[in-house]
Design a protein around this ligand. Structure first.
Ligand code: ZN
Length: 421
């Protein structure tokens, strides 16, 4: 695991009496009083109405996964208008670098461009009097795209010179298993010293990676007309048997330190009423943060399918839909939690006004572009974009005011992590 040296400016006191462990942080409130940082934060306030207007504009540029080019073109034009050299790679990611003065870590801020909503979805934004925006994709993740653009403008206009470079990365296909992020890291090896994913609701800082395996279990046979079907191999019977058997694979209890879960989602098969289907399939969505448990459960599930297929004399194969590695057990997560990126993000969030209340400050069950950094050993966190809800549904909404704190969070994280003089 690569841990770049960061200047440890303070060791923040534990905020809760019950918390005994303290962690290093790169943030102090004094950082927000550095003139250029203060200027950048003030620019977020001054430009917030325009930011919200742009947020609406971005949301209304449809960007289903693999079809993000229109939204990417908009983002690229905005970066170029800032005088930045924007790159678009062959998977559609847009990136630009704000050069530092040298001697600090390169910090990548990543906001995904894509949404889960198909191209025909009405993405018209409705703004309500209660200070909320409503539209598919307005929360996940148009808010982060708008926040990162606004933060980039404020950073550029303030003249803030960080030591390390700040890379603005707008990724594609996040919703398909972080494909754009993985592609970018593959093609920019040893570039990101630190990675900040901008995704999720405001709340705990995410520093782990939820492992996610999506499989399609496929059962095939010769098929037969109903009249000739007696006793013949039957893919539907195998799939039905297998689904029931899959649910006998034991899971840790829900309150276990390392929980796990699986679900059979899509079922498909057959083409006519009057024949044994030649192919029947179902999907399994399996998740846990423990890489060993993930493999063990996956093997058990695949084993059940193989046995069911054999019992019904049909063929079986598994196709991968998505395969995202798990971020580790609590023991493996301990060094990640101790890296200053996590406590810095917590301290910044608190500084911009987030009240952690009684909830956790940091969790390790992330499912964002930051996962790709985590499993590659790059110190990575994901931080929220606003408050909101109903993501991935047509009734998705976001709270406007909270995007302001999220945007300031990006500026403070850039200053704290990339370093100022
Ligand atoms: Zn997202």
């Amino acid at each position: 695991m690569r841990l770049p040296t960061l200047t440890v400016l303070c060791c923040c006191a534990a905020p809760l009496a019950a918390q005994t462990q303290t962690y290093p942080s790169n943030f102090t409130p004094g950082l927000a009083r550095v003139p250029a940082v203060r200027d950048a934060l003030a620019r977020v306030d001054a430009g917030f109405d325009a930011q919200v207007a742009e947020w609406i504009r971005i949301t209304e540029i449809a960007a289903p996964s693999r079809d993000e080019a229109r939204r990417a073109a908009y983002v690229r034009a905005q970066l170029e208008a800032l005088g930045l050299a924007a790159e678009v790679d062959s998977i559609g990611n847009v990136s630009a670098r704000i050069a530092g003065s040298g001697g600090g870590p390169t910090v990548v801020f990543a906001a995904h461009l894509d949404t889960v909503h198909p191209i025909e979805t009405d993405v018209t934004v409705v703004r309500r009097d209660d200070g909320t925006l409503h539209a598919p994709g307005v929360f996940d993740n148009s808010a982060s795209v708008a926040n990162l653009l606004a933060a980039a403008r404020a950073l550029k206009a303030s003249g803030l010179r960080t030591r390390g470079d700040v890379i603005l990365l707008f990724t594609t296909q996040e919703e398909l298993g972080f494909k754009g992020m993985a592609y970018w890291l593959d093609h920019h090896p040893r570039t990101a010293d630190l990675l900040v994913g901008l995704d999720g609701g405001l709340g705990p800082v995410n520093y782990g990676a939820l492992g996610i395996y999506w499989s399609r279990m496929i059962f095939t046979g010769a098929g037969a007309h109903t009249l000739n079907s007696r006793g013949k191999p039957h893919p539907a019977r195998a799939a039905a048997r297998c689904i029931l058997d899959v649910y006998t694979v034991p899971l840790p209890p829900p309150d276990a330190e390392v929980p796990a879960i699986y679900n059979v989602g899509l079922l498909r098969g057959g083409s006519v009423v009057n024949a044994i289907p030649q192919e029947v399939s179902f999907t399994v969505d399996l998740r846990t943060i423990d890489p060993v448990l993930l493999e063990r459960l996956d093997s058990a599930i695949v084993g059940k399918c193989g046995a069911a297929a054999a019992a019904e004399s049909v063929a079986f194969r598994r196709e991968w839909i998505q395969r995202s590695a798990a971020g580790g057990t609590p023991a493996q997560l301990a060094p990640r939690r101790a890296h200053p990126i996590v406590q810095t993000a917590i301290d910044v969030l608190r500084y911009v006004g987030w009240d952690f209340g009684r909830g956790p400050e940091a969790v390790a069950t992330g499912s964002t572009d930051a996962n790709v950094g985590v499993v590659r050993g790059i110190p990575s966190v994901a931080v929220g974009r606003a408050q909101g809800g109903d993501q991935h549904t047509l009734s998705e909404w976001a709270d406007i005011a909270t995007a302001r704190a999220s945007t300031k969070q990006i500026i403070l994280l850039a200053a704290a992590l990339a370093g100022t003089r």
